[in-house]
Design a protein around this ligand. Structure first.
Ligand code: HDE
Length: 682
């Protein structure tokens, strides 16, 4: 085992790992002499019941599947570490947040919500962002999403929401998509969803990469310090590479070209040593300020605008190791928002309260036993013991006679007090109320923050939201549902409602609108970080290119963390006209424009018509997705043919140094929205 990235969790998991090297045996340890033919009565005779090897192999296979997650079935995970920048002792007694020298192992699973386990990864959906911290004081699971609010305010509505968004029961369609009647019928008739659907229709719901998403704990939690003093907080993850998205047409095409696009991207980045990094931030509100805001802190359909309550960055998470086995780690991890450590506590957010029940229950269904905490990926790195015993698949051999409390025969008592012994003590919030099934009046404003979100978007982002609503509602069959949603949108923005109505043939609302004029610049992805690192550039190349110039550009791009890959008509080697050659990574058959962030057209001296036509489609598609396009040498001629020279994000130059520098900036910008499309003249 290499010592790189060694930590307590890894050491623990290594004990369960096997390389399956050596001679094959049955599960009982008998050496297997033959694994190709079952035992038969005669070469052409029936298989014999006594073939224990056959029976064992088939039986195990028959039972290999476990139920997929009810939601978030499609996901992928990685290991890493978290380290705080400073001690958060003032706010929390959580050990892993108090010592800046301490590295805590983490395991993160990213996911889509609606799709089944085998669905495409680039669909329009919320992304799960679940992080487990294996702290010395037990597991802390921050089970969040890449969108900071949720569709509903009370957990009792979760089954309704999920029934509405999952494939419709009478057809089993559509897979991994919200663009159908039942989802939008739910939204129109449960208008607390208004804020969240604005996010879900924005580009946040089609991330470029798991590495380029923000993460949010969504609910308000409490941090509690050693003195028992509490603060309300919200958790944030901020990606080092900034928050970036696909464009919708690209996302849809990617679903076909590479349904594993996001996991592939994560695996590759970690393999290349480009470890994804996320900074942990907290927004903090004093207990006595609970009622000072125009939203209720317990309402999970509300954000705390960053301009009003700044995000304090408190540490960094680095993902540095891929999983060894997808089932044992990715599938068997059982997150639970109720897994907290001392110093972190819940609030009365009714969505969070309901989640605290659901996650235990769902794991019982997935694993068929209460012993899932014994699975290697779920085991805390600190010792754990109590009087719980037995059950299906129990592995621990609890020695001794005592499995009850109180007792006098053993010393297995609870730790009495938080401060002295580290036992978890719940924050002693005073509660006084009537038993009642109701929504608090303070939860009833469903539209102000939806408008805040809309106001905060750039023109491009607003266009994308309008188009997304038009797409989703355009896919609905029921004109009543379409109209109900349009009428609902009028409460957020009349302009949005009217534009969507125009696109889908619904009646344009004439009144409505919002008097919210505030905006929150932090919500716009235009204000994120822009970096060239790990962006993939398709270098289109044929024989007789200028070798020296190409290498100069490629080296300069690589120095900026950009990843050039060579694309041509055939695999093999392409020869330069001067010195050098290039190994082709992909052909036009195996690669596609949507798999790259940018295109660099180098060309060659004597390309064929077929080559030119195929390459042209590649370039045009990248252009239509607003991607950076660069060209030197013969490539410049091609772009002239396409009439795209001089357009935004299109870089050409005779000077290779200057070209590489300008192209790098164009790549860092990611998309060039102010680019005009080239239309066919009528
Ligand atoms: Fe979940 N959610 N959820 N959820 N959730 C599950 O638990 C549930 C909610 C989230 O990668 C399930 O182990 C209820 C909000 C993530 O393994 C299930 C409610 C947020 C993941 C469940 C919510 C989330 C899940 C399915 C409403 C963001 C994937 C399998 C009260 C803060 C974790 C499982 C992973 C998974 C229930 C709402 C995030 C069924 C009842 C809000 C990231 O237990």
């Amino acid at each position: 085992m290499s010592d790189e990235h060694q930590n307590k969790k890894r050491e623990q998991m290594e004990k369960y790992s096997t390389n399956d090297e050596g001679k094959m045996t049955t599960n009982q340890g008998q050496k297997v002499s033959e694994d190709e033919f079952s035992l038969k009565a005669g070469e052409r005779g029936p298989t014999l019941m006594e073939d224990f090897h056959f029976r064992e192999k088939i039986t195990h296979f028959d039972h290999e599947r476990i139920p997929e997650r009810a939601v978030h079935a499609r996901g992928f995970a990685a290991h890493g570490v978290f380290q705080p920048y400073e001690s958060m002792e003032e706010y929390t007694d959580a050990g892993f947040l108090k010592d800046p020298a301490k590295e805590t192992p983490v395991f993160v699973r990213f996911s889509t919500v609606a799709g089944s386990k085998g669905s495409s990864e680039t669909v329009r959906d919320v992304r799960g962002f679940a992080t487990r911290f294996y702290t010395d004081e037990g597991n802390f699971d921050l089970v969040g999403n890449n969108i900071p609010v949720f569709f509903i305010q009370d957990a009792i509505k979760f089954p309704d929401l999920i029934h509405a968004v999952k494939p419709e029961p009478h057809t089993g369609m559509p897979q991994a998509a919200s663009a159908h009647d039942t989802f939008w019928d739910f939204v129109a008739n449960n208008q607390e969803s208004a804020h969240m659907v604005m996010w879900a229709m924005s580009d946040r719901a089609i991330p470029r990469s798991f590495r380029m998403m923000e993460g949010f704990g969504v609910h308000t939690f409490r941090l509690v310090n050693a003195k028992g003093e509490a603060h309300f907080i919200k958790f944030h993850w901020k990606p080092a590479l900034g928050t970036h998205s696909l464009v919708w047409d690209e996302a849809q095409k990617l679903s076909g070209k590479d349904a594993d696009f996001h996991r592939g991207d994560l695996i590759e980045a970690i393999e290349n040593g480009d470890y994804p990094e996320f900074e942990l931030g907290v927004q903090i509100i004093k207990e006595e300020d609970e009622f000072k805001f125009d939203f209720d802190l317990l309402d999970p359909t509300k954000i705390w605008p960053e301009e009003e309550v700044p995000v304090k960055i408190i540490g960094k998470m680095t993902l540095n190791r891929n999983v060894d086995n997808v089932f044992a780690e990715n599938e068997q991890v059982a997150f639970h928002p109720g897994n907290v450590v001392k110093g972190i506590d819940f609030t009365n957010d009714p969505l969070l309260q309901g989640r605290l029940f659901s996650y235990t229950d769902t794991q019982l269904n997935r694993f068929g036993s209460a012993n899932w905490h014994e699975l290697p990926i779920n085991k805390p790195v600190c010792p754990f013991h109590n009087n719980q015993r037995d059950g299906f698949m129990r592995q621990t051999i609890n020695k001794g006679q005592v499995s009850y409390h109180n007792n006098s025969l053993a010393d297995n008592k609870p730790e009495p007090a938080a401060e002295e012994e580290g036992g978890y003590v719940h924050y002693q919030e005073k509660i006084d109320g009537h038993k009642i099934r109701a929504r608090s009046d303070s939860f009833k404003d469903h539209f102000s923050q939806a408008t805040l979100f809309w106001n905060s978007m750039s023109d491009v982002e607003q266009d994308h939201i309008t188009n997304a609503f038009s797409f989703e509602l355009g896919k609905c069959q029921s004109s009543s549902v379409q109209q109900q949603v349009v009428d609902m949108l009028a409460n957020i923005s009349l302009e949005l409602a009217q534009n969507v109505a125009g696109n889908i043939g619904a009646r344009e609302p004439q009144s409505g609108g919002s008097n919210v004029t505030k905006s929150s610049p932090a919500l716009s992805m235009m204000n994120t970080k822009f970096k060239p690192n790990t962006r993939k550039v398709a270098v289109i190349i044929d024989d007789d290119f200028n070798g020296e110039d190409l290498m100069s550009v490629v080296n300069d791009l690589k120095a900026e963390g950009i990843q050039p890959e060579f694309i041509s008509d055939k695999l093999g080697v392409k020869k330069a006209k001067d010195a050098g050659e290039a190994q082709v990574d992909h052909t036009f058959l195996t690669a596609d424009s949507v798999l790259f962030d940018a295109v660099y057209v180098v060309g060659g001296e004597n390309i064929t018509k077929e080559f030119f036509t195929t390459a042209n489609n590649f370039i045009n598609e990248a252009y239509s997705h607003y991607k950076p396009i660069g060209a030197t040498h013969k490539g410049v001629k091609w772009l002239e043919n396409n009439r795209i020279i001089g357009k935004a994000g299109v870089v050409t130059s005779d000077d290779m140094k200057e070209f590489a520098s300008q192209f790098k900036d164009a790549v860092a910008a990611h998309r060039h929205w102010d680019r005009e499309m080239v239309y066919v003249e009528l």
